[in-house]
Design a protein around this ligand. Structure first.
Ligand code: C5P
Length: 239
């Protein structure tokens, strides 16, 4: 097992309270993990500097900033982030927002991912906000809109991965959180899937956090996840 190398389909979120704890996790995982997600918790605590530092170490970086503003602002923010050399950036899946972000990143290495419907929102919540449709049909509509706006892919729960893959086609990125190996605690992920299940459903990338970061031996846990992922090879042409 120790000969396994990093699987670029595995993204580990740096959901630590600060950059020092995040650096410690990255150091513990060493060469086993090559892709990290930096989210809003670290945004106010040097998240961009940390992202840059990890890029300089050769890691791939997913900036989970979930941008949502008027088009002009999103375009300028995405353009500013495109200089960072980072790899993935999330925006909310409204057509104007997605199109502006795609214009902003231009031909840089930064790819835009759309967050279709936050998984914390129930059908009842959506009705309360004013949407006529439930979550599933809104997700489907927004996957089509993400594709039309030129987004590279979407963030989807494992339950929506198959739908996103079938609409988006083989090169569409389908990034799924809510991944739990059989041996790990579910924590607050209620509709979790195993790494193999998520990949078989069509995920191109898995976001897997606490099963690795909260393990007594994070490197060993990452190796177990990578070994399970190796049982489902990446389709040819996958990013
Ligand atoms: O520790 P765990 O594997 O649950 O971490 C999942 C990561 O994916 C967290 O950073 C969380 O914010 C993010 N996420 C999620 N569910 C979504 C979207 C993002 O858990 N629907």
């Amino acid at each position: 097992m120790t000969s396994l190398v990093a699987d670029p389909r595995l993204i580990v979120p740096l959901d630590q309270p600060g950059p020092e704890e995040a650096r410690a996790l990255v150091a513990a995982l060493g060469d086993r993990v090559c892709f990290y997600k930096v989210g809003l918790e670290l945004f106010a605590r040097g998240g961009m500097a940390l992202a840059q530092e990890l890029k300089d170490q050769g890691k791939q970086i997913f900036l989970d900033w979930k941008l949502h503003d008027i088009g002009a602002t999103v375009e300028r923010a995405a353009a500013a982030l495109s200089d960072s050399g980072c790899d993935l950036l999330t925006v909310h899946a409204e057509p104007q927002v997605m199109a502006a972000a795609v214009r902003g990143v231009g031909r840089s290495s930064l790819k835009v991912l759309a967050v279709t419907v936050l998984t914390s929102l129930s059908d009842e919540d959506l009705k309360d906000i004013g949407y006529a449709s439930g979550a599933r049909s809104l997700v489907e509509r927004r996957i089509h809109q993400a594709l039309a706006a030129g987004c590279a892919g979407v963030v989807a729960s494992p339950q929506e991965a198959e739908l996103a893959r079938s609409i988006g086609g083989k090169d569409f990125l389908v990034v799924t959180p809510g991944v739990r190996p059989d041996w790990a605690a579910k924590n607050d992920q209620v509709r979790a899937a195993t790494p193999a299940e998520a990949l078989r459903a069509g995920a191109s990338h898995l976001v897997c956090g606490r099963p690795i970061s909260a393990a007594n031996d994070p490197e060993e846990a990452a190796l177990k996840v990578i070994a399970e992922m190796a049982s489902v090879p990446a389709p040819s042409g996958a990013a």
